[in-house]
Ligand binder design. Structure first.
Ligand code: SF4
Length: 335
């Protein structure tokens, strides 16, 4: 497809469908474009290894949000899913924010549509709404404070004990946090398709074959999986734990992209992806994996697809994000 035809089809396809010369050194080209355009690549841990290797910063939602807010680059190339690129735009509206594939969505964000969520919130007018960052700008705008899996406990603790709370959109994370903090919370019934399908049976069998391995899990997993975990934490916390803990083997119950960083940081350790409840051996997020190195290169080259946002919506969504960053800073979670 030629460039103008590819641009016309971008909404339909989600990305620029342009053939790339097979001899092109895409890694070198991306480095050249970064300098030429003063662009920064922010990548989530769940991106494919090639993308992680060209990124200027790799992190989870909290770290990425902070980087997006602070960067003085002119262009933010966001290698992640749509709500993450939206978050970057909310925090840094003067920057051009690019996403390699507009269709890189999120089943968890999709599980909370704005209309029904507003009706749910309106049924509990005395409740404060804490929403996990994995939600759309519309849900952020309907929330009082945003949280990530790395700061959620501190965010909940910052709310007075007699103040009732709605937690959205992830019911598994919400149930885990309710147990951890001792706070009763009204939960929105949403879930992540990746973290919900880990098979307890297969994990248990793996543990029998690897008795020394520690099970480490993300709190978006179901309660039964969390119950057998030796350590539960956000993606960044899991990565740190795998570096500082003395074990040599880990069964990792989260998206498999993080194994690349774990293995790089601890080459002498073994990381085994926890198997899902289907025929696959590991659990990839199909949305995250829509981004490819080729799409990343094309979006940097032609500066499309770009994230645009209505200013009223942006300002409403920014308020609970700012609140989260303030609380995280006061708690010493970010610099
Ligand atoms: S892993 Fe789950 S929460 Fe993360 S982007 Fe994929 S579907 Fe959404």
């Amino acid at each position: 497809m030629n460039i103008s035809a590819a641009k016309e089809k971008i909404q339909e396809k989600g990305f620029l469908d342009i053939e790339i010369d097979a001899h092109l050194d895409i890694f070198a080209e991306i480095e050249r474009l970064k300098k030429e355009k003063n662009a920064i690549i922010l990548a989530h841990y769940y991106q494919e290894p090639d993308i992680q290797d060209v990124a200027d910063y790799i992190g989870d939602s909290l770290g990425l949000a902070q980087k997006a807010r602070e960067t003085d680059a002119s262009i933010i190339v966001f290698a992640g899913v749509h709500f993450m690129a939206e978050t970057a735009k909310i925090l840094n509206p003067s920057k051009k924010v690019l996403l390699p594939d507009l269709k890189a969505g999120c089943s968890l964000a999709d599980s909370a549509p704005a209309g029904p969520f507003k009706a749910f919130r309106d049924k509990h007018p005395d409740h404060i709404v804490i929403s996990y960052i994995n939600c759309t700008a519309e849900i952020k705008a309907l929330s009082d404070i945003i949280c990530t899996s790395g700061n959620a406990e501190k965010i909940i603790e910052s709310v007075p004990k007699d103040q009732p709370i709605i937690f959205a959109p992830d019911k598994n994370l919400g149930a885990y946090l309710a147990k951890k903090t001792g706070r009763e919370m009204v939960l929105w019934n949403g879930a992540c398709m990746v973290h919900e399908i880990f098979s307890l049976e297969k994990i248990t069998k793996l543990k029998v074959r690897h008795p020394q391995a520690k099970i480490i899990a993300h709190p978006e997993c179901e309660e039964a999986v969390l119950a057998v975990a030796d350590y539960i934490g956000s993606t960044t916390q899991l990565l740190k734990y795998s570096q500082t803990d003395s074990s040599k083997e880990y069964i990792v119950a989260t998206e498999t992209g993080i194994l690349h960083q774990m293995q790089q940081a601890s080459p002498d350790k073994t990381f085994i992806p926890a198997p899902p409840n289907n025929n696959c051996a590991c659990n990839d997020c199909p949305h995250m994996k829509l981004n490819t190195l080729e799409k990343l290169y094309l979006c940097m080259m032609y500066e499309q697809p770009e994230i645009h946002m209505d200013e009223t919506l942006r300002l409403a969504a920014k308020k609970p994000m700012d609140r989260m960053l303030e609380i995280s800073k006061a708690a010493g979670l970010i610099g």
